[in-house]
Design a protein around this ligand. Structure first.
Ligand code: NAD
Length: 470
């Protein structure tokens, strides 16, 4: 059976089952871990600008409340369903466990084709959805904390926090009800780019790992590697930007309207500028238009990065993929059957569970900032700088060497919020890679099964220590 037709949640469960088969946990516990704890489907009206009324359908799935709050993005897309949000919520549970973010998993969605709605209408949809979630106790800093996902960003998060504050009253920690907010509303530096930057750190770690590299036949390192990116949104853009800054060559790009190819390399910023001028990435000077958007996935390259939506590499096109590594920046871009086909052919898949965990990691930092009500680095930046200056003065005195002011300032600078967030993100992606790579070798399994296996052990451990109530 073609896995494109297998429900998304069932596909996530297939990955889970493969890891579960390696474990000795009681079957009932495994079933509990897999089950989606709460799902709410809301139908609510919104008034269109022309005075007519539309009924919107929206969902919030809370997959596992073994840790609270639960956490996961809200997406706005035309074809979302309860199955999709449940699958994505389950992935959030496993992702958080994998990278030690102390949350359960959740996901939300509004079924909407954004291009058919004005900004004012989208604001009304967002505010009404938030109001509905608040009324059902499906949002709150200690309960359930949404974030941006496909089709949403800072602007929607602003409307969510503002509506929640209006509904919840003057609660001290209200700003922590959602992450991915603008700075002025309690957001954190580095959240917008976090997922794509995390993708870069993950790919960098993989390409620096001799065990991984040996299995790909590639040369090590990011520099000089050829890369294809599908989806130039938040995640795809920042992944491409960081990878090209580190010396990778972008040979093909795909967006909704089509795909372009240039083996000599595409200039990312020039493509973005061309798209904002012409409305399309097609006909970019020096590049060839590919016959279809999906054709970009079949371009020969070292690393293929699907960063748009799920179900892009399926049983139908998996055998035509010519990348050595598929780096899953999106959630679920490779179906369960396609995963087997790719790994069977020796194509290495860096799994979504690990690779796009940078977003929720920095969301976690934002939430901590909101609860502590103090910016990271505010207390210690100058203190750290002063200590470094004292150490460097002593070193210069003892060695009779003198550094110029610019070098001294660079060496002694203390970390502000942006530096600390980036450091925490990088550390998470490095330790995450080491854990997944080591588990893969120890268990003799692919990296996805290894990632699920690590998560499963952590979640099962947490259930067993707490016991089952009553
Ligand atoms: P986004 O809306 O910012 O960008 C998605 C991009 O994909 C858009 O530019 C869209 O036009 C493009 N696209 C849509 N259909 C396409 C197609 N068929 N071919 C090529 N491009 C297409 O969304 P995002 O936040 O970048 O999310 C992308 C993926 O990453 C989703 O799977 C999401 O769940 C996942 N993700 C996002 C975050 C985050 O922090 N935003 C975190 C983890 C995972």
């Amino acid at each position: 059976m073609n896995s494109t037709h297998i429900p998304f949640f069932e596909q996530v469960n297939r990955h889970f089952d493969r890891a579960a088969a390696l474990s000795k946990y009681e079957p009932g516990l495994l079933t509990q871990i897999k089950s989606c704890n709460n799902v709410v489907h809301i139908a609510f009206p919104i008034k269109r600008d022309n005075g007519t009324i539309d009924v919107m359908h929206a969902w919030r799935a809370e997959h596992s409340s073994h840790k609270l709050p639960v956490k996961g993005g809200i997406r706005y897309a035309p074809h979302v369903s309860e199955d999709e949000v449940s699958a994505l919520a389950a992935m959030m549970t496993y992702k958080c466990a994998l990278v030690d973010v102390p949350f359960g998993g959740a996901k939300g969605a509004v079924r909407i084709d954004r291009s058919r709605y004005s900004e004012a209408e989208i604001e009304r949809v967002t505010r009404r959805f938030t109001f509905e979630l608040a009324g059902k106790n499906f949002i709150g800093p200690g309960i359930d904390v949404p974030a941006p996902d496909y089709g949403t960003g800072q602007r929607e998060m602003s409307w969510i926090v503002d509506t929640y504050m209006a509904v919840a009253g003057n609660q001290l920690d209200s700003a922590g009800c959602v992450t991915g907010k603008p700075l002025a509303l309690g957001g954190i530096r580095g959240r917008t780019e976090a997922t794509g930057r995390g993708v870069f750190f993950g790919v960098r770690e993989a390409l620096a790992d001799p065990h991984f590299i040996a299995s790909t036949g590639l040369e090590g390192g990011v520099e000089g590697r050829t890369v294809v990116v599908q989806g130039l949104g938040n995640v795809g853009y920042h992944a491409a930007k960081n990878l090209t800054a580190a010396g990778a060559r972008l040979v093909a790009l795909a967006e909704r309207e089509g795909a372009i190819h240039n083996p000599a390399g595409l200039d990312l910023e020039a493509v973005i500028a061309h798209r904002s001028e012409s409305g399309s990435i097609l006909d970019f000077p020096g590049a060839t238009n590919l016959p279809t958007t999906l054709a970009a996935l079949e371009v020969e390259c070292d690393v293929l990065i699907p960063a748009a939506l799920e179900n892009q590499i399926t049983a139908e096109n998996a055998d035509r993929i010519r990348a050595r590594v598929v780096a899953e920046a999106a959630n679920g871009p490779v179906t369960a059957d396609a995963h087997e086909q790719l790994t069977g052919r020796g194509v290495r898949v860096i799994p979504d569970l690990y690779l796009n965990a940078g977003g929720v990691t920095v969301s976690y930092f934002e939430w901590v900032k909101n609860l502590t009500h103090v910016r990271f680095g505010r207390m210690d930046k100058r203190f750290e700088e002063a200590s470094n200056v004292r150490i460097m003065s002593a070193v210069q005195e003892l060695t009779h060497a003198k550094l110029d002011d610019a070098r001294l300032a660079a060496i002694t600078a203390g970390g502000g919020e942006a530096e600390l967030v980036d450091s925490g993100l990088e550390d998470t992606m490095i330790t995450g890679w080491q854990a997944v790579s080591e588990a893969g070798r120890r268990l003799g399994v692919d990296l996805r099964t290894a990632a699920y296996s690590i998560s499963l052990d952590k979640i099962a451990g947490s259930y067993m220590e707490r016991g089952i109530f009553p």
